[in-house]
Design a protein around this ligand. Structure first.
Ligand code: PLP
Length: 483
């Protein structure tokens, strides 16, 4: 792995983050005070803007500083630094089959029950999505639609939409042409197609640990084996561990959610993304990177995507509009690099085409500029809701709890005291009218029995009440057996 500062064996942004931490600890920068802006710090320390951004991101995730819109970065008041984050995961060194479908389907069933307080499923907040706008666009398009609109739009999908997507990806560091993109029925289909294109049953895929259970289900359905790689809830997959795994196993693909992972919210810093892509290029292994939450960032700048560093066509970048425009539209996409022919063929055999009207509506929404305006509000609201949920967890959950501080997305990953089993909690919560997502779902080898994932997309009095009740249940379970 190439580090930018070999003497100290650490990245520049890590060194800078450590220096600022020291300055905070020794009282040079005091709680509530503004620290130098990204630009000032970059000049002061003679490092790049992106290194300063990464350092600030680390400090934000550690809860040491906070970004205040239009104002800058501030040292958080010490009383607000409450709970540590979960440590890097330590999964087994062996690949394993996935067998989670019964549990997943049971929990998915509860997640669509309107009588339950939904603290689990990572569904977006419909109040914050541009549903009225999309309805208006779709009604107008439907009224003026000619017969041609109702014809198949075979793979690679609607050209107008692919043009819009290619233009947007420039913000994340890519130079894609519309011809590099294949429209899919949601991000789920995109990942399905990628795995199908590069693996056959029995093959080993390396995954972040924990990994979104929908992806684990795709691995299960394709009869693949998952090799879980230690992953830090802050800056993602361990490259050292990944390299070790590659040297000891015939890995056929690597799966990451490099920007705002579900469930940890981890974000791989841009310099490390480059190293990840270069590492896999050395071994000629494809990287399937899922960027469904990439637009939901709380920092100043959108993080880049791994595809931006792809010189060899090995990165298969997947995304969708489910989290930020509407999950029911079922529109996603993939830039499959050198695997485009296989992906297009598989798309044709699996579903022939993606529904046309939603593609047209999204293309129009993007072209109008409405998407950027909407995203700015969505990011603000999600950042606030995540902070509210974080505060509620720190207030109501017992000592021994650890929780992530994501800088994007809208889920929190909570590590409960060791004697709390998340499935036992799940049953208890269900009786009390609450659902959550137990940690069991995120690992084929039960790495996370005492973790839960909470959805922070919406914040309301009923949700606050449900969280208080959940906190009481956890306190009760954690206290069991103690005199
Ligand atoms: C990380 C991740 N990938 C993919 C999906 C599914 O995306 P889509 O609804 O576009 O199929 C989800 C939905 O929760 C997700 O969290």
């Amino acid at each position: 792995m190439s580090k930018t500062n070999p003497e100290k064996n650490a990245y520049r942004y890590e060194i800078l983050a450590r220096q600022i931490t020291q300055l905070i600890e020794q009282g040079t920068y005091r709680p509530g005070e503004r620290i130098p802006s990204v630009r000032q710090m970059s000049k002061q320390q003679a490092v790049s803007i992106s290194s300063v951004m990464q350092a600030y991101l680390i400090l934000e995730n550690e809860g040491l500083i906070e970004a205040r819109p239009q104002s800058g970065y501030y040292v958080r008041p010490t009383s607000e630094i409450k709970l540590p984050e979960p440590d890097i995961s330590t999964p087994s060194l062996d690949p394993s089959h996935v067998n989670l479908h019964d549990l997943v389907m049971m929990i998915m069933n509860d997640s669509s029950n309107p009588r339950l307080a939904q603290l689990g499923a990572a569904m977006p907040n419909l109040e914050l999505l541009p549903t009225d706008r999309m309805n208006r666009i779709m009604s107008r398009l439907a009224r003026k639609a000619d017969k041609g609109t109702h014809q198949y739009h075979f793979t690679p999908g609607l050209e107008e939409l692919r043009v819009q997507i290619a233009q947007r990806t420039v913000n994340s560091g890519c130079q894609l042409s519309p011809n590099d993109i294949v429209i899919t029925s949601g991000g789920t289909e995109a990942i399905n197609l990628c795995l199908h294109a590069v693996c056959k049953p029995g093959d080993i895929v390396a995954i972040e640990s924990p990994m979104y259970f929908g992806t684990l289900q795709i691995i299960e359905v394709h009869g693949l084996r998952a090799l879980e790689i230690p992953t830090n809830p802050r800056d993602g997959i361990s490259l050292g561990a990944l390299q070790f795994a590659i040297e000891h196993n015939p890995i056929k693909a690597v799966l990451t959610i490099s920007n705002f992972s579900n469930p940890t919210g981890s974000c791989i810093p841009d310099e490390k993304k480059k190293d990840l892509v270069e590492l896999l290029a050395r071994y000629d292994i494809p990287l399937i990177d899922n960027d469904v939450s990439g637009e939901i960032f709380f920092t100043e700048k959108r993080p880049m995507v791994t595809k931006a560093f792809d010189q060899n066509g090995l990165v298969m970048l997947c995304s969708s509009f489910s989290k930020d425009i509407g999950p029911s539209l079922r529109v996603g996409w993939v830039a499959p690099g050198r695997y485009k022919t296989e992906v297009e063929w598989l798309k044709f055999t699996l579903s022939a085409a993606t529904a046309t009207l939603p593609q047209m509506a999204i293309a129009e929404f993007l072209e109008s500029g409405g998407y950027d305006h909407h995203l700015r509000r969505l990011r603000r609201e999600y950042a606030r809701n995540v902070a509210q949920l974080y505060d509620a967890v720190t207030r109501t959950f017992p000592p021994g709890t650890r929780v992530t501080r994501p800088s994007g997305g809208y889920v929190l990953w909570v590590q409960l005291p060791e004697n709390v089993d998340s499935l036992e909690l799940y049953s208890l919560a269900l009786q009390g009218g609450i659902t959550l997502t137990p940690g069991y779902l995120f690992s084929p080898t039960n790495q996370f029995y005492n973790f839960i994932r909470l959805n922070a997309a919406a914040w309301s009095y009923p949700i606050m009440g449900a969280l208080d009740r959940l906190g009481d249940m956890i306190v009760e379970l954690a206290g069991r057996g103690k005199a």
